[in-house]
Design a protein around this ligand. Sequence first.
Ligand SMILES: Nc1ncnc2c1ncn2[C@@H]1O[C@H](COP(=O)(O)OP(=O)(O)OP(=O)(O)O)[C@@H](O)[C@H]1O
Ligand SMILES: [Mg+2]
Length: 274
Amino acid sequence: MSEKIIEFRHVKKAYGGNTIIDDLNFSVNKGDFVTMIGSSGCGKTTTLKMINALIEPTGGDIFVEGTNIRDRDPVQLRRSIGYAIQGSVLFPNMTVEQNIAYVPNLLNRKDKKRTEAAVDKWMKIVGLDPSMKERYPSELSGGQQQRVGIARALAASPEILLMDEPFGAVDEITRGSLQDEILRIHRETKITILFVTHDIKEALKLATRVFIMDHGEIQQYDTPDEVLRHPANAFVEKLVQRERHTCLLSEDRIGNCEFSAAACGYRGAAVQPM
Ligand SMILES: Nc1ncnc2c1ncn2[C@@H]1O[C@H](COP(=O)(O)OP(=O)(O)OP(=O)(O)O)[C@@H](O)[C@H]1O
Ligand SMILES: [Mg+2]
């Protein structure tokens, strides 16, 4: 059986009298790549931020690596979980190198060599040229800043990486290459990723499981293949309508009457008649 690395049990979040999330129950298996998608304001960011204790739930329990996060020091917890969000969250007065080295420096205070090695490794993995080390965030393009943000989140070697619309502000081509890089990172490191996006194509391309949310409730939580093949309700149906259509069309074009998400490049897709 797969090991649960994150588990929500009856989680509730309200602001004043306004309940955003009423009773959220789900778990994430170690090594999963979960993409979260849903209408604006449905509670995706809130869900993510409850995992690293940036937001405290009103009720219920959240377990990370088997421990109730109420029993953990929030600062330590946050350092052990990578967090990358949209836009520039880099320290503007620090160079690229200092930004990426920030958490490793806290973790291995005395071992400078280890930190340097971590910075070099992660810059390479996210596709940043070493010559950029001395630059400041304001001297980088938006896409380069996002790569630094991802390298910084990964440099602490977390088991879990939370990403909130991390590729939102880049052009299509850069986004495509960042998607390929995060897929490679996921394959190579076996890290568990939760990734919020508004782009259904992106959600289906990256995920091992897609988490579809509306009004603080899970609409469907399944593999891309299942979501495409068997949308759980009208909300999901509408969300994936175009993708289903495109897939079926491309299947027709290759003279194959079977429905296969694999042909569209989605993960975990089985080739079976629909
Ligand atoms: N500090 C707060 N006080 C009151 N309401 C809040 C607060 N933070 C968030 N909310 C509300 O909670 C709801 C969920 O917000 P959240 O940021 O989780 O949405 P989201 O799914 O991430 O949306 P988006 O796709 O637009 O980023 C929204 O209606 C928002 O207005
Ligand atoms: Mg959000």
